[in-house]
Design a protein around this ligand. Structure first.
Ligand SMILES: [Fe+2]
Length: 411
């Protein structure tokens, strides 16, 4: 029996049929969406009738990328060739936990998938697997669905501030050069690292999701093999282009910011966004940039981080990771950032942007700390213990560019 509240809908459909053949087709297609021939309008009594399932399996076009690892959580991102839902199964030894995210009560459907796993234990190794079920047509009732694709099972290890040592590799300014990324990743995998940092300018400017995937994220995620986390610092080129305003959905840290801190063993890592390299009022931005306010907000955060986070003084080494070695355009106030870092007794600033190697000694620019500028075709490998931080910079030909070590300071 039809419920009385369906009558207005039936009347509306009837009117729509009278006015438009397209609406009649819509109504008919609802009726064909499940065996038994019930129309959408008569459906409430038969809500458990099956929806259509096509034999269409999504392809995973970007394997899982582990972004912004912490000691208790991590972001997992992957992409599929067509719209689908998203699910992560994970656990310690077996996949006995499952996350299906929802946003305002709806499970996200799209080609880009981003899921945060939290509630993890520090220094623990977990297995995980991602999956997406194809959504063929997102109809109001009985959406047309497809099959599910599952990734292989991968594993990751959460950060652990209590660890005795930490290791990471830094690359930068890959600028959409896929061969460069693959070559640098091959170098990195010759010795294991806890994480890889990309110091910005992964793209020349933001164009589209496919461009971001093909020229940056897919080669990075393939290179990281689903097990090595990525720490990303935003470059000035990531401010540009029609897709720049959407990049946060792919590259933000867990709290939806581009500046954050992380701790791994003796390392306290402070990731900053060094903004653009030209003034807001330069005509190239046509008045569409407001770095002045954004960087003030970031400065307040950095001051709070340096003065209130215990790890700034208790961690054996504090390393700042940021794209531009001079903190970017700050309307002449870059010196304040240097003074803030001096007062926090940071041990090292690792930058990119210049495309060639530089080592800026303490004192050269009012800095009490060395500034390492990693070149475009180089890997900086950093090993941190309780007493020493060692850096080895190698270029893609395998030639040593520089090597130095820093002793722990009294703070
Ligand atoms: Fe740059």
């Amino acid at each position: 029996m039809k419920s009385s509240r369906m009558w207005p809908i039936l009347l509306m459909l009837g009117a729509a049929c009278f006015m438009s053949m397209a609406a009649c087709t819509w109504a008919a297609s609802q009726g064909s969406a499940h065996p038994g021939g019930n129309s959408a309008a008569s459906s409430d009594d038969d809500a458990n009738a099956p929806y259509k399932t096509f034999d269409a399996v999504p392809a995973i076009t970007m394997p899982p990328l582990l972004l912004d690892m912490s000691s208790t959580s991590v972001v997992v991102e992957w992409m599929t060739d067509s719209p689908g839902d998203e699910r992560v199964r994970y656990g310690d030894g077996r996949l006995d936990h499952e996350i299906v995210p929802q946003q305002d009560g709806l499970i996200p459907v799209g080609a880009m998938h981003r899921v945060v796993i939290d509630g993890l234990l520090p220094g623990h190794t977990y297995q995980y697997q991602v999956s997406s079920r194809r959504v063929v047509a997102l109809k109001p009732y009985w959406p047309d669905m497809g099959r599910t694709v599952q990734s292989p099972v991968y594993s990751f290890t959460t950060f652990d501030p209590a660890k005795k040592s930490a290791s990471f590799a830094v690359i930068t300014d890959t600028h959409e050069d896929v061969d460069r990324i693959r070559g640098l990743m091959d170098m990195i995998h010759r010795e294991p690292v806890d994480f890889v940092a990309h110091d910005g300018d992964g793209v020349n400017y933001g164009v589209s999701e496919n461009q971001l995937k093909d020229r940056f994220l897919e080669p990075m995620s393939t290179g990281l093999q689903g097990r090595v986390p990525l720490v990303y610092a935003r470059g000035n080129h990531e401010y540009r282009g029609e897709f720049a305003r959407s990049l946060g959905g792919y590259l933000h840290a867990q709290d939806d910011k581009y500046f954050f801190t992380r701790d791994e063993g003796p390392l306290h890592l402070v990731v900053v966004d060094t903004g653009e390299d030209k003034p807001d009022d330069t005509n190239v931005y046509a008045g569409l940039n407001d770095l002045r306010d954004y960087r003030s907000e970031e400065f307040a955060w950095l001051r709070k981080t340096f003065t209130q986070e215990n790890r700034t003084t208790t961690a054996p080494f504090t390393v700042v990771l940021g794209h531009q070695p001079d903190w970017g355009w700050l309307d002449g106030h870059g010196e304040q950032w240097t003074q803030l870092a001096n007062r926090a007794h940071i041990d090292l600033f690792i930058a990119g942007h210049e495309h060639v190697f530089q080592y800026i000694r303490p004192g050269e620019r009012g800095n009490d700390f060395p500034i390492l500028v990693v070149g475009q075709d180089q890997v900086a490998r950093v090993q941190v213990s309780d007493t020493e931080l060692k850096v080895v910079v190698t270029d893609r030909a395998g030639k040593l560019a520089d090597e130095f070590s820093l002793k722990r300071k009294g703070k």
